[in-house]
Design a protein around this ligand. Structure first.
Ligand code: NAP
Length: 318
């Protein structure tokens, strides 16, 4: 488990922008579970952070000085930026965002990487059909809360799994989930999912892995689709735990279980963003964020992801 003393805050001068560069003032920084994977050595899908160098993640910033003709002072951009209040950027990978279309913070959540993950994971792998049962773990988080709502839009029965009564109540009362299970006061997930899903589970959007997923998968239907989006229950493990061998369950149900990374689908981002924006603006999709104020609170916000202190997207307002 990362601790506050893993982080250090420093004051250093900011260099003015050179030709082609922009000077950025950071407004929002995204903290995300995958950053934990970059804090260890070994093979992963993204390079490990170098200890002593600034963390990087998705952020929203304002252009305060530009020596790049594409960007004008006062414009807002999103991109992978360092955790700093000001920074010069080569401008590579910066995308303009419009605060008149949606609040700036939404571009890091429902209209950003987590929203795209929910949409593309569900549509491309889950392929939910109206009338089917969708189970979402990590359901009250950034990805889960969008995945569950999309399931409802597509006509599914949606059951969420989350870590508190407050969260399960919120999912049902505010986000249209048909049922929700608090895994922290449920000793037998397999039985609880069976009770909430009497027709079985057709699609499982898995954000957490581990014992919760073992319990859900024991309830799958023939031709079920299991989307391996994340496995946060294992991100702080020092040894990989073993669980039930699932091959025979998958075989007997002709089920599909597929890992995916949202960046596998970059060519589909414009369409997916358009659909998410449309649903958000017409009110079919609701946004949920936990915004922590203050740059110095970045480590605490990040650690909070592993303690479940967020509802919806966890962000820091610099
Ligand atoms: P998030 O769900 O907003 O935040 C993490 C949540 O995980 C916490 O709020 C907490 O909620 C839950 N959690 C923490 N420890 C847990 C544990 N031991 N067991 C069960 N639940 C636990 O984060 P997110 O950004 O939306 O990401 C969700 C998952 O999707 C993560 O696994 C992430 O790595 C993955 N992801 C994958 C992709 C991709 O391309 N494949 C992209 C984005 C995110 P509770 O209170 O419910 O415990």
């Amino acid at each position: 488990m990362p601790a506050p003393d893993c982080f250090r805050q420093e004051e250093i001068p900011v260099q003015g922008p050179e030709d082609g560069e922009v000077l950025l003032k950071t407004h929002y920084i995204s903290v995300d579970p995958y950053l934990r994977g970059r804090m260890r050595e070994g093979k992963s899908y993204m390079a490990a952070f170098n200890p002593g160098e600034p963390m990087r993640s998705g952020a929203i910033a304002e252009v305060v000085e530009s020596r790049n003709p594409v960007f004008t002072t006062g414009e807002y951009v999103t991109g992978m930026l360092t955790w700093s209040e000001y920074q010069t950027s080569s401008s590579d990978g910066l995308i303009k965002v419009d605060p008149d279309v949606a609040p700036l913070s939404a571009y890091l959540g429902i209209l950003g990487m987590p929203g795209l993950t929910a949409y593309l994971g569900l549509i491309e792998i889950g392929r939910p059909q109206s009338g089917e049962t969708l189970v979402v773990s990590g359901a009250a988080g950034a990805v889960g809360i969008v995945a569950g709502q999309i399931g409802k839009i597509l006509g599914c029965k949606v059951v969420g799994i989350a870590g508190s009564e407050e969260k399960t109540q919120m999912l049902k009362a505010d986000f249209g989930f048909d049922a929700a299970i608090n895994y922290k006061n449920t000793s037998n997930i397999r039985k609880a999912v069976g009770e909430m899903c009497p027709s079985g589970v057709d699609v499982y959007f898995d954000n957490v892995g581990g014992e919760i997923s073992d319990g859900v998968i024991m309830n799958i239907n023939k031709f079920a689709r299991i989307i391996i989006c994340g496995a946060i229950s294992q991100y702080n493990e020092t040894r990989m735990p073993t669980g039930p061998r699932l091959q025979s369950v998958l075989l007997a149900n002709s089920a599909l279980m597929k890992g995916f990374l949202v960046n596998d689908y970059t060519e589909k981002f414009p369409h997916a963003t358009g659909q998410l924006t449309h649903w958000l603006l017409e009110g079919t999709l609701k946004n949920k964020e936990t915004v922590i104020e203050g740059f110095e609170n970045l480590p605490g916000a990040f650690i909070g992801l592993f303690e479940g202190t967020n509802k919806g997207k966890m962000l820091v307002k610099v």
